[in-house]
Design a protein around this ligand. Sequence first.
Ligand code: EZ4
Ligand code: CO
Length: 402
Amino acid sequence: MRIIDAKVIVCSPGRNFVTLKLTTEDGVYGLGDATLNGRELAVACYLTEHDIPLLIGRDARRIEDTWQYLYKGAYWRRGSVTMSAISAVDTALWDIKAKALNVPVYQLLGGASRDEVLVYGHASGADIEETLQIGAEYIALGYKAIRAQSGIPGLQSTYGVGQGRMHYEPAEPDAPTENLWSTELYLEFVPKLFERLRRELGPTLHLLHDAHHRLTPIEAARLGKSLEPHHLFWLEDPVPAELQESYRLIRRHTTTPLAVGEVFDTIYDCQQLIQEQLIDYIRTTVVHAGGISHLRKIASLAEMYHIRTGSHGATDLSPVCMAAALHFDLSVPNFGIQEYMPHSEETNRVLPHSYRFADGMMFPGDKPGLGVDIDECLAAQFPYRRAYLPINRKLDGTMHNW
Ligand code: EZ4
Ligand code: CO
């Protein structure tokens, strides 16, 4: 079952996506997401110039060997560009294998460990009142878990606070937006936000919050402590995690559960966090952390240490990644929660998919493979447009730490 064609499809149906399509001599094709938000063409070029020439003629059934070949063969280990490229190849090969065997991908991963997958949506408002209102709208849609972010009094704009109600887009065209940041204002405000949300939205809704790497360990410890009465499902990325041991300090001070890992690209980024039980949820994703094959290894390590998965799933991860995530989530024993933001109408038309949402839960569907397709003609009508993630400065102009 040789790979005879490989195509990198770059398109922008509302936002940029990079999709790898591998085709075998039998006419079976598979898709993989290779989107790295704000750095899309670096991965597209890596695939075209470096990986694809090695894939043509290879046996598409050899998923693990191909992963090892691209990872070890590169000599230069890890890195988000390399790993996103490997992720796309790996995901496409799982799609091909499952289609060839006429089963949904989750059946190849050991079968379903649960009937459906718990997801959380983004409730973002300009202030507490609006965040509350949007939270209530999510409950009405059936959501059992929401990530709440709110504009902070005294700050003009804040990263992670979405503009639309259901749609969230962190990147901006042309040049990066500059946000201003004040830890003092943030730490003063967030406990008040969650006090109101918990009081008005009830005791059973799962409440999550993302600090987007903007605190120091001792500040994070204070935030975690101040949020304890409102029992969050998790506090995400309080501190940048290049220094994994910094989470020891936070852990010593608070019982608020911690989630880290959306920017990680291999198991080595979270080895210490997992083995010292410094976190509760690992957020690595199919598209950035080596595909389904590598994510399963991370989940297995986490399982040994009582840590559950909670994969990143914002709209810059394409429907191909979302589908792969749902097959993975359905199968791993230590699944926790999955992030989910619906894609735009245009994206859904370019990348039609069989996964579905109902009552706060999702299911990948039972179509053979991942259950996602690509309309290449339509994709060509949405050309790439350069975009960047925002940057963050303190009030005195200093670049902030994420
Ligand atoms: O910043 O997807 O938890 N979700 C997040 C996202 C990420 C973006 C980066 O591309 O933090 O909003
Ligand atoms: Co995040």
